[in-house]
Design a protein around this ligand. Structure first.
Ligand SMILES: [Zn+2]
Length: 249
């Protein structure tokens, strides 16, 4: 998987500047281009031309850069209503994010993205249900997004519930069963309990990795796009204590 790993160092390049460098990522290493970030560029609505020019690596890099801004307390403050008007006729987002419903892990916020930038699907435990796979098939194949990020997080209540085999109600049990494969696949050291913090966080990471694999194992459409190099799927973990996203290798 590591050959497919995204470059995770923030570049702090403006999105227009970045898209001007078609071969920005060379051999997986970022060129040592200087910052020169222009806020006006970052706030520019992400329209069809920009989407057509963007590569999967650049799409992921824009999320890396967005989290770097968020983590640094330097999130953008764009003209959102202006972006509403600019994207009203057509949306051309550059990426999709599957995240947990956790109130602290909102993708648009933690990746510092604006109106029309990313498709977001959220469900407790960020599990790739058939409905979410179908949504991302649309987002990529039809609407042109170049990357899919599965974003898990620490202290996840859904993961804890799956670890504890919580029995709250039929629907929630059905959902937690979707996380059970990650529980089973994670080496258990100590007790199987949500009090075992190390185990809970290890399951959260396994759960993300299984969701990444499921995108191409359970969707022929996504597999075709990934095999063709048109889309990349990557996993990441959000730290609710610090605001930092770490991309998995
Ligand atoms: Zn969660």
């Amino acid at each position: 998987m590591c050959e497919e790993c995204p470059k995770v160092e923030p570049t702090l390049l403006g999105r227009r500047q970045m898209l001007g460098f078609a071969s920005f990522l060379v051999g997986g290493a970022a060129l040592g281009l200087s910052s020169g970030r222009a806020l006006a560029d970052e706030c520019a609505p992400f329209l069809e031309e920009a989407q057509s020019a963007a590569t999967s690596d650049q799409a992921i890099q824009m999320l890396v850069d967005g989290n770097a801004r968020f983590f640094a307390g330097a999130s953008l403050h764009c003209d959102l209503l202006g972006e509403v008007k600019a994207t009203a006729e057509k949306q051309t987002p550059f990426a999709c994010v599957l995240a947990c419903i956790d109130s602290r892990s909102a993708p648009e916020l933690v990746f510092d993205q604006q109106v029309g930038d990313i498709f977001v699907a959220r469900v407790a435990g960020n599990v790739p249900t058939a409905e979410i796979l179908g949504s991302f098939e649309y987002a990529t194949k039809v609407a042109g997004a170049k990357a899919i990020v599965v974003l898990g997080h620490n202290h996840c209540g859904a993961v804890k519930g799956a670890v504890d085999k919580a029995d709250v109600g039929a629907n929630l049990t059905t959902l937690l069963n979707e996380i059970e494969p990650a529980v089973v696949a994670t080496p258990l050291e100590g007790e199987r309990s949500s009090k075992n913090h190390h185990f809970v966080e290890a399951v959260a990471e396994t759960n993300v990795r299984l969701a990444v694999a499921a995108m191409t194992e359970k969707s022929a459409v996504l597999k075709e796009l990934v095999d063709a190099g048109a889309v990349k799927v990557v996993g990441a973990l959000y730290d609710i204590e610090t605001g930092k996203v770490t991309f998995l290798s």
